[in-house]
Write a protein that binds this ligand. Structure first.
Ligand SMILES: *Cc1c(COP(=O)(O)O)cnc(C)c1O
Length: 435
């Protein structure tokens, strides 16, 4: 058998070679002269803190992001988790109240809820969009529910119309977790402007990154905005033009952003739309090739919104691929090995519904309640990072070629998958009782 056809897993040559995967093609964030100049500018000017009297990088970023998403106010903070925590603090929800949180998301969505002494009530996801299922959300509402955390997982805006209707019906706040969806639109409006108060992360891995850590809170409500600003800086009123009085009006820590982070993100923001447009083209071409392989279920984007394509989640259906006897987890597992051997960096994203995380098991919510999340975790893998770079086209093409190669030899893989010693991903973290 010639080496190009023999699977890398069985000693053939890799489809995606190390030399193909250069920083220029897949590095993230993309750092240009613009960023170098901006950061040099910060160092030269010496205005390093966020209390810049409206004259520095942090104030400029706040203005530009508010304008970009179309909200009246924006407060820059230290990271996305802090942005969520301050959003919840600003809403001043009574401790012990319930907040609806999707069962499948990053832990950073739920931790601020718990830290505010609120109760996260987990809601299963939709199997196609991977975001909160509005029907399940409605069933989860109780007399103690006060808010819905709308997470635009993987970059796809969640079903905001349904969630907003639910919120209106039960008098709930909507808080957006737009950490993965910068630039994405829902009914023509940008995420980060769709809730009562909205949080974004600027972590270096996100679609709108900084060179480190950062976050942004947006709202149209002036009171909420003032409360966030007060709480990001020890409860002190540090408004422009005011002399510092050292009076802490509320108990609060320090969750401010620095000028260096803001300057870097301003450069990225100026290129966000052009990167998003290029990524949309590249990703759709890539997913088009994968989607024509039987048994690969590629992510889609409903017509009423755009997708930021932060994470690409692929589901695998053994029956559609011609192996009806093969359990989904074993099919996904053997594909993982074969495709990684070809040089495709597939990885899981979350191995357990959130209530199964060790840190949240004290809530005693059985993960068996989240059948869709479990199925998705079991039969899917994700691609992260590479496709964020607008020059990743040639690498994505090679990745698609690797999939086609593996699909041409599924007959060799299926028996290996069938005979493997398999345990579901969440067994790594679940104790016997919690399972
Ligand atoms: C990254 C992320 C967060 C947390 O943001 P940080 O800046 O890392 O604190 C919260 N929610 C989601 C969905 C995220 O992806």
């Amino acid at each position: 058998m010639n080496d190009a056809v023999k699977l890398a897993m069985f000693g053939g040559s890799r489809t995606v070679g190390k030399e193909d995967v250069t920083k220029a093609r897949v590095g993230w964030p993309v750092v240009t002269e613009q960023e170098h100049d901006a950061l040099r500018g910060v160092l030269e000017r010496g205005l390093f803190t966020s209390n810049d009297a409206g004259r520095g990088e942090v104030s400029a970023l706040q203005q530009e992001w508010a304008q970009y998403v179309g909200t009246r106010h924006c407060a820059a903070v230290s990271n996305g988790t802090a942005a969520l925590e301050l959003s919840l603090a600003a809403l001043d929800i009574e401790p012990g109240s319930e907040v609806l949180v999707p069962a499948l998301t990053f832990i950073g969505s739920a931790v601020p809820v718990v830290q505010r002494r609120l109760v996260p009530v987990f809601v299963d996801i939709d199997p196609v969009t991977f975001t909160m299922d509005p029907v399940a959300a409605e069933k989860a509402v109780t007399g103690r529910t006060r808010a819905i955390l709308a997470v635009h997982l993987h970059g796809l805006p969640c079903d905001m119309r349904a969630l907003r209707a639910l919120a209106d019906k039960h008098d709930l706040y909507v808080i957006e977790d737009a950490a993965q969806s910068q630039g994405a639109e829902y009914l023509g409006r940008r995420t980060g402007s769709l809730g009562d108060i909205n949080a974004v992360s600027l972590n270096a891995v996100k679609n709108l990154p900084t060179c480190g850590e950062g976050g942004l809170v947006t709202t149209d409500n002036e009171d909420l905005y003032e409360r966030v600003v007060l709480r990001r800086q020890f409860g002190e009123d540090l408004r422009a033009g005011r002399e510092r009085d050292y009076i802490s009006r509320v108990l609060a820590g320090n969750e401010k952003m620095s000028a260096v982070q803001a300057a870097f993100t301003r450069c990225q923001l100026s290129r966000l739309d052009s990167y998003s447009a290029t990524r949309d083209q590249l990703v759709r071409r890539f997913l088009g090739r994968l989607g024509s392989l039987p048994g690969v279920i590629v992510p889609t984007c409903p017509d009423d919104r755009t997708h930021a394509w932060h994470i690409l989640r692929l589901r695998f259906d053994p029956a559609a691929a011609g192996f009806p006897e093969l359990p989904a987890g074993q099919f996904r597992s053997i594909l993982h090995r074969a495709l990684r051997a070809e040089g495709v960096p597939l990885q899981p994203y979350q191995i357990v519904p959130l209530p199964g995380q060790q840190a949240l098991q004290h809530l005693e919510v059985p993960i068996a309640d989240f059948g869709v999340s479990l199925a998705v975790i079991e039969d899917s893998l994700t691609l992260q990072r590479w496709h964020l770079n607008p020059n990743s086209g040639p690498v994505l093409d090679l990745c698609a070629t690797a999939f086609e190669k593996v699909w041409s030899r599924l007959d060799e893989l299926a028996p290996v998958g069938a005979s493997m010693n398999y345990r579901a991903p969440w067994h790594q973290v679940m104790s016997g009782a919690a399972r």
